[in-house]
Design a protein around this ligand. Sequence first.
Ligand SMILES: [Mg+2]
Length: 295
Amino acid sequence: MTGAPDVPTPLADARSRLAGVQGILLDLDGVILLRGEAIPGAPEAVARFATLGIPYRILTNTSLVSRDTLSGRLARLGIHVPAAWIVSALSATAGLARDEFAGSPIYLLASPDARREFAGQWLVSHAEADAGAEVVAVVIGDSPEELTFANIDRAFRFLHRGARLVAMHRNRWWLTRAGPTIDAGAYVAGLEYAAGVTATVVGKPTREFFVRALDDLAVGPLDDVLMVGDDLHLDAGSSLDLGLRSAHVLTGRHDLADVRAAARGEPPAAGSPIVPTVVLPSLADVADALEPSVG
Ligand SMILES: [Mg+2]
């Protein structure tokens, strides 16, 4: 698709562009939840995917809480998603750490609940860090209470002595009740700058993160999978690059002005144009577009 996008996409066009979709990857924040509340129509839309027989997984850079906690929070909002259907930057990072650092100490900056995903792994405490413990890696995620100067400074000292830096993601900002709110990416970038290292990033937009969810979804051709997101770079751009189809919804981070700018290759795109397969007001409209035509 080239040229100026017709946005939002008319329903009839959306239906034909999404024909044959067999599986869905759903972003969480800005698509299902916003500022901790369910987005209107999202709980019903998620239930309709099940009715339509279209399997889905949630693919989110959220690293603040464990999948169990996330699943419980969603259930209280009327959205019933088993923890096993959630692929988060946190769970994927815990998996990477299990694979690559098994039996070796790591320094983890994450909320107490998020640490549950690392059960059984060797986590060095702040006190042990101060007592001269060594680690093979510093792992950093979202955590307002853990991303303090003292902890970032401890992390820096480990990196300065040669530890590897692993970032659950490097998101710039997200929407909270306070408005646009700084995210963990700034701390990752700061540590890279100070220590002269490059982080291994685990969550979106990395190919490995998508592959983890796609393997679990086990749907045929990549073109039969639809990624629904509110971020033109992390969700739309990276899924289109992989060969998936992309639905951009307007309930979160990027609005119509961003859609038009990205189509020209301007930020939030990074040089090459990003044109989602469809642009729709909300997840409810995505469900409508996937519904067999009712005339
Ligand atoms: Mg989002």
